[in-house]
Design a protein. Structure first.
Length: 321
């Protein structure tokens, strides 16, 4: 009997629930109505602006203005995905690739992230490089950083000073800081930020050059050129830091740190400015053709002679470079 009393309640065939040795009337079952699958959007609170509505209005005005200026603009644009350039830049809202380069939509493929990173571990960036090159036929990759970059500023502090995932994301910039600590330590705080922005660009240029897609292009003899530039928010101008790099021979080394330091020396000495000035003034004859003809395919063949002339122009001791 005591065992029966300890059993859980059971429902008998006549609708009575047996509780211990007594039969009690079972409570009627109440069926709940199924929940609606429709999600009701909450009405915006009084005084809260619908910000998207304003953007949509701007979009309609822009589209109408574009069609008015050029009736074939959108018809042409929908079949125009054939960019020559891939731009790997910072997500900073003040650094829009098309605007800076003076290019229209469809003329530059863009990959942007915090701190213009191009790590081999970042599948987003690596797949972007692969797609742009193999599917779109991009033959020029530009890595662009910018001065006064927030990610670079954060990388100059202790890791614990940068919260959340950003702290992990900028670890590569911190590594660049550590590798160049001797040079950075002699600079003021403002100049440290500026110089680390440049070091970071060069590090990412090396990552792009050693990426599987670019290496495959060079191994197969395909045209692929990589540049590194940095953008000034103060005057809107780009400064060339590296390139044109069109082969492993021009990359110069399989050591990242050595590449960054050597390329920085060239940048600081005015190497790239010298190239530009010499070509513009017709002072360097790379081939028997006029110097204003495309020279990138022949650059590697004439690199040794060109470097010697540039060294003389800049007053270098070639033995040190």
């Amino acid at each position: 009997m005591s065992a029966l009393m300890n059993r859980p309640s059971q429902l008998s065939g006549n609708g009575l629930r047996m509780s211990g040795s007594k039969a009690v009337a079972a409570k009627p079952m109440v069926r709940r109505a199924p929940r609606s699958s429709t999600i009701m959007a909450a009405a915006p609170s009084a005084g809260v602006q619908d910000k998207l509505a304003g953007l949509l209005k701007n979009n309609r005005s822009w589209a109408a203005e574009q069609a008015k200026i050029d009736p074939e603009y959108f018809t042409r644009l929908k079949d125009m995905q054939a960019p020559e350039y891939l731009w790997i830049g910072c997500a900073d809202s003040r650094v829009p690739a098309n605007t800076i380069l003076g290019l229209n939509p469809g003329e530059v493929f863009v990959q942007r992230n915090v701190g213009n990173q191009a790590s081999h571990r970042d599948m987003n960036c690596m797949s972007c490089i692969e797609f742009s090159v193999t599917a779109l036929g991009v033959s020029t990759i530009i890595v662009c950083g910018h001065y006064n970059c927030g990610a670079v500023k954060a990388a100059l502090t202790l890791p614990s000073k940068t919260p959340g995932l950003t702290n992990c994301w900028i670890a590569d910039i911190r590594e660049s800081r550590n590798q160049n600590m001797k040079e950075l330590s002699t600079l003021s705080e403002e100049k440290q930020v500026e110089k680390l922005c440049e070091y970071n660009v060069l590090r990412q240029v090396y990552h792009v050059c050693t990426s599987p897609t670019v290496q495959q292009c060079w191994d197969e003899g395909k045209e692929m050129t990589v540049y590194g530039v940095v953008y000034s928010l103060e005057d809107g101008l780009l400064k060339q830091l590296a390139g044109p790099i069109t082969s492993n021979k021009l990359l110069g080394t399989d050591n990242e740190t050595a590449f960054v330091k050597e390329t920085m020396k060239k940048s600081e000495s005015g190497f790239f400015g010298a190239i530009k000035a010499l070509f513009e003034e017709d002072k360097v004859e790379v081939t028997s053709k006029p110097v204003n003809t495309p020279v990138v395919p022949e650059y590697e063949k004439n690199n040794k002679n060109l470097s010697g002339q540039l060294a003389d122009h800049a007053g270098w001791d070639q033995g040190r470079h």
